[in-house]
Design a protein around this ligand. Structure first.
Ligand code: SF4
Ligand code: F3S
Ligand code: FES
Length: 218
């Protein structure tokens, strides 16, 4: 699809605005909607689309249009800037920090994110509820927060952000974000649901709150 768009740019519309870089599905630049479905253009084969029908390609509709196929995705960077960064736990008595391999592997998939923002574009809370955007960060942010919160050597606490500023409670687990992720990150099952459980344990579980009172007692 990207080659077809560039062919149109080269032969029929020299000023067509389209963003791309790697042509290999790794830079996340060429996100668009092909026949209304959020996809990376460079990874969409024309021969995989229905034949005998027009093919439509348009910009991601959840973000302000700059021109043609290029949108302003700064919303996502603003949300990322508000996430507390990695805070290492203190080193052990031998001056080293250790982690188990299974903990390392658990967060690996989150680091595959290429910031294409197709998940953000698809999430109905971002897409259809502009009024909620100040209070909701969306699935890409939840993946980033999960990578930090589940990091075995991180001591940060992002649960207050998740509950309030990032609005994870507004996600009703439709899984549309997972379906469009070109990196096959299991956004809902592996990031959002475990984060929701942590928020519920912290803020809404009376037994856990009761036990925390004992933990604080000297
Ligand atoms: Fe793209 Fe997947 Fe990252 Fe969302 S989580 S920005 S869909 S790579
Ligand atoms: Fe949106 Fe994904 Fe939740 S599409 S509603 S963030 S499961
Ligand atoms: Fe890099 Fe498509 S051009 S992901």
């Amino acid at each position: 699809m990207l080659d077809a768009v560039r062919e149109v740019q080269a032969t029929q519309a020299g000023d067509l605005a389209v963003r791309w870089n790697c042509k290999a599905g790794k830079c996340g630049s060429c996100s668009a909607e092909v026949n209304g479905i959020p996809r990376l253009m460079c990874m969409t084969r024309l021969d995989g689309l229905p034949t005998g029908e027009p093919v439509t390609v348009g910009p991601m509709r959840s973000f302000p249009l700059i021109r043609d196929l290029v949108t302003d995705v700064s919303f996502n960077y603003e949300k990322a800037a508000g996430i507390p960064s990695f805070q290492p736990v203190p080193a052990g008595a031998d001056g080293k920090r250790r982690m188990y391999q299974e903990d390392v592997e658990r967060i690996q998939e989150f680091h595959r994110c290429i910031e294409c923002f197709l998940c953000q574009n698809t999430c109905h809370v971002v897409r259809d509820h502009a009024d909620l955007r100040p209070h909701y960060s969306g699935p890409r942010s939840f993946v980033r927060i999960a990578a930090l919160e589940m990091h075995p050597l991180d001591a940060g606490d992002r649960l207050p952000l998740l509950k309030d500023g990032a609005g994870i409670g507004l996600c009703n687990v439709t899984k549309c974000c997972t379906e469009v992720c070109p990196e096959q990150i299991r956004i809902t099952d592996n990031a959002i649901i475990p984060l929701k459980e942590r928020v519920a344990d912290r803020y809404y579980d009376p037994i856990a709150a009761f036990l925390r009172c004992f933990k604080r007692t000297p």
